[in-house]
Design a protein around this ligand. Structure first.
Ligand code: ADP
Ligand code: ASP
Ligand code: MG
Length: 814
């Protein structure tokens, strides 16, 4: 024998009811008990009608009409002309009865719990009648029984407690003599000893099914619903949630208790004792495996089975030195809550006993405040404790798994993930059994928290990375192109779902929470909002997305000034802009420290050598305990291009012009030719090697003339290059006569840095450096004579974009 419970959506349309008929028919050799919910939406409509009547709003009559329409539609679809009249008559009769109850409530403007239970019971009374009839007309030997004659409860009308002794006996007696192959029972409803109708709480049909299953010790309890099992998280909030194949009673209980609505929490208890397996199935997709709930959890691979959450939580805190070491405070507190029938969802108390924190439903917050302040009136008056503190708009999130206790590091991972995503935690509770770790967080952070926890605990999940990019010039456009091109590859091979959510140039900005369509970003940005650095940051905050990354592809000091704010918001920063990391040491240090204290990456690999892995390699050397003795490098792609093309047949002026035209120099070539750009780069390498150094500390041995230095504008500067052509010819001549090449070299030796033009002899690694290539030689404790050398293209939009991309991917893998 088995019990099958069909929920509201499963019975909520003729299409779904036809599915039920198939499921029941496929199972006919066994005796079946079918427990049904009210048709979808009907319970809510009944409660709405009751509320309206209680405040004398006549609109309750039109709500009854809505209920009638729902039923009539289903009946007209499912029954032939011949059969439908009997069903319609029953429905009409019940709705007429309902109307008279509502009329009298409206008359006295008062809704008692007793009337509410009576009203709300109509949903299941109607649905069970229709379902039983539909099975009969489909030639199934079905009979209907009113559960109010089987399940006895106390008079806590809307959330009644079951008298199992009597109910079990009544159920067993009835089924002993019942001969029908299929019995249809209305879920949710029951009755008290005095004959009044009671109900088992919202979602209570699951419980009805479990009570019957347990009384009859059936082989299996099947809960047929509108999803394919119990999911690893609420599928409406976490798109990547998936059905759990198998789970223990306790895990299912914890998940349902913490909000996994797919099963009503009390349901597990009656069947657990008899070890009756529960199978959660999807009525709309019966072929899906669903979730099997049994005594033990078989899958030990992933200690976390699921993540759930409860909304509408208020945290109440009772605090004061008067509580320390004095017994009885908690007792009085909990007694007060119990007297007011306030359900406690979470409790934490620090061992100092200075405060106690309790999570309750928002709707009970005011009642709790009045009741608890009144219980402790004397202590509050004497300043022994503070009046009850209340904090609303919170949620509880919980990770659940039987095998969590044998795994260290689970809570570390949970809180680390939340911290990295800037989710502030208000309270934490972990049961001694370690099957559940729960935390109270702001309601606004729930979606982000659940999704990031899900990505962190379920390995085959795609990790979503949300990029906010400023600067869409050459490099920016290339990066977008590369991201668009690599999207599928990253998803399929690295499980990274990379999306650009915000995009800004100096004039306009655009956002799309679902990810900007990259095939048309140019057209979109032209129609964007006016750009502003502050409102860009505000949007990043407001969207509140997990794994957010701010990418700076400008050379703008104002943008660099924003990094600290992003890091403090736990938003990672990736910059090709050198200004921040080459600003004052204090500023550089502040950003590094923010990155550490907020545990959020600040990466700027492209500051030196574009896409070459120079900073990353240096960091790896340092963190593994190596020490840098000397760095020698050619770090300017533009200067290298210039000196490689400057020969006896060319003029220095023309070569610089050409470099600018080809985009190898900064718009103002003085920044390159003065050596400032190279000085900034060696400064960054020196700092990353652990040296406290500022730009002024770097010796700049300039190869420019006084005239060049004096030039006020770019044009003046070019003119001065022409006027002083002989100076540059002389530099070249000297190098040629010494059989040397001119290279602009940066050096860091024993903590001292300098930059300048050098004659490089044949055989030196710098001698053959071509085009716009860069080269860096690290002499360290581990590489004392033969340096570690990194060499390759050190300028250009494509390679710079790929360097930025590498930093971004590093964050995804973090
Ligand atoms: P029924 O009417 O069949 O009793 P419910 O609406 O009570 O169905 O429960 C099923 C719903 O529970 C799903 O449609 C889903 O929106 C919600 N839900 C919340 N958390 C979970 C979860 N972890 N797994 C599956 N469903 C969940
Ligand atoms: N119809 C009731 C409710 O909506 C019981 C149930 O569906 O489980 O709460
Ligand atoms: Mg339900």
């Amino acid at each position: 024998m088995k019990v099958l419970k069909f929920g509201g959506t499963s019975v909520g349309s003729s299409k779904n009811i036809n599915k039920i008929i198939e499921i029941v028919k496929a199972n006919q050799e066994e005796k079946q008990i079918i427990v049904v919910s009210a048709f979808a939406k009907v319970t809510n409509l009944l409660l709405e009608a009751a509320q309206l009547a209680s405040i004398k709003k006549t609109a309750y009559t039109s709500v009854i009409e809505d209920i009638k329409t729902i039923h009539n539609q289903i009946i007209l679809d499912l029954f032939t002309e011949k059969d439908k009249n009997e069903v319609l008559k029953f429905v009409n009769q019940k709705l007429t009865d309902l109307k008279s109850i509502l009329d009298s409530i409206s008359l006295i403007s008062e809704l008692s719990a007793k009337s509410e239970a009576n009203i709300v019971s109509h949903g299941e009374l109607l649905s069970s009648f229709v379902i039983a009839k539909v099975l009969q007309v489909n030639h199934i030997d079905a009979e209907r029984k009113d559960t109010r004659e089987l399940i006895l409860t106390n008079t806590n009308y809307t959330n009644a407690s079951v008298n199992f002794e009597v109910s079990n006996r009544q159920i067993q007696d009835y089924f002993k003599s019942n001969k029908a192959k299929v019995t249809v029972l209305p879920g949710f409803i029951s009755s008290a000893e005095n004959g009044d109708t009671t109900v088992l709480g919202r979602g209570g049909s699951d419980y009805t099914a479990a009570i019957v299953a347990s009384a009859l010790d059936v082989d299996v309890l099947e809960i047929w619903t509108d999803v394919s099992g119990m999911f690893t998280a609420n599928p409406n909030v976490v798109a990547q949630a998936m059905p759990i194949e198998q789970i223990s009673y306790e895990e299912a209980m914890e998940l349902s208790h913490f909000g996994a609505k797919v099963i009503y929490p009390p349901t597990i208890h009656p069947v657990l004792k008899k070890e009756i397996p529960i199978l959660i199935k999807n009525t709309l997709k019966p072929e899906d495996a669903g979730t099997l709930i049994t005594k033990t959890s078989k899958d030990k691979k992933n200690p976390v089975k699921g993540i759930s959450h409860i909304d509408d939580v208020t945290l109440i805190t009772l605090e004061g030195s008067g509580m320390v070491g004095i017994p009885g405070f908690s007792k009085r507190l909990f007694e007060t809550l119990a007297t007011e029938k306030i359900n406690v969802k979470l409790i934490t108390q620090a061992s100092s006993e200075h405060s106690i924190c309790i999570g309750i439903d928002d709707s009970n917050a005011n009642l709790a405040k009045i009741a608890i302040d009144s219980t402790f009136e004397f202590e509050i008056l004497k300043n022994k404790i503070k009046p009850l503190q209340i904090e609303k708009n919170l949620s509880i999130i919980a990770i659940v798994g039987d095998h969590m206790k044998s795994h260290q590091g689970i809570s570390g991972r949970m809180f680390g993930t939340l911290g990295k995503n800037n989710v502030n935690i208000r309270a934490i509770a972990q049961g001694a059994s370690e099957k559940n770790i729960s935390a109270v967080i702001a309601a606004k952070d729930v979606k982000k928290a659940l999704n990031s926890l899900h990505e962190s605990f379920f390995k085959n999940n795609n990790k979503q990375l949300n990029l906010f990019i400023t600067g869409v010039g050459n490099v920016g456009a290339k990066l977008i192109e590369q991201i668009e091109q690599q999207h599928e590859f990253l998803l399929n091979n690295l499980n990274i779902n990379i999306r650009i959510v915000g995009l800004s140039n100096s004039r306009q900005m655009i956002f799309d929470e679902e990810g900007i369509n990259l095939s048309s970003w140019k057209e979109q940005i032209n129609k964007g909002l006016p750009a502003s650095l502050d409102s860009f940051l505000e949007q990043v905050k407001a969207l509140n997305l997990r794994n957010s990354v701010f990418v700076d592809i400008t050379a703008n000091a104002k943008v660099a000034d924003m990094y600290a704010k992003y890091l403090k918001n736990s938003t990672a920063v990736v910059a090709c802009n050198k200004i921040a990391s080459s600003a004052t040491y204090k500023k550089y240090k502040e950003l590094k420290e923010l990155s550490r204290s907020y545990d959020v990456p600040y990466l700027f690999e492209t500051n030196v050598g574009a896409g070459l892995p120079i900073i990353d390699t240096l960091n790896n050397l340092i963190t593994s305990g190596d020490q840098v003795h000397k760095i020698q490098a050619v770090l300017s792609g533009s200067l290298n291009f210039i000196f490689n093309n400057f020969n006896t047949k060319t003029e220095f002026y023309d070569v610089v012009k050409q470099a600018q035209l080809e985009g190898y120099t900064e718009p103002d070539p003085r920044i390159d030719l003065s050596g400032v750009d190279v000085a900034r780069k060696i400064l960054i390498l020196a700092r990353e090697s652990g040296i406290k150094i500022n730009l002024e500390d770097i010796e700049n041995d300039s190869f420019l003339t006084e005239n060049n230095h004096k030039a006020d504008s770019v044009d003046d500067f070019y003119n001065s290059l022409k006027t002083d052509a002989d100076h540059f010819k002389a530099l070249l001549k000297s190098a040629n006569s010494n059989k040397c090449q001119l290279k602009y070299v940066a050096e860091l030796i024993n903590g001292k840095a300098k930059v300048g033009l050098k004659e490089i002899p044949v055989g030196h690694p710098f001698y053959n450096l071509e085009g716009k290539d860069n080269i860096v030689m690290f002499y360290t404790k581990r590489y004392p004579e033969q340096p570690m050398i990194i060499k390759g293209a050190g300028a250009g939009a494509d390679v710079t974009a790929s360097g930025l991309f590498a930093d971004i991917i590093k964050i995804a893998n973090n």
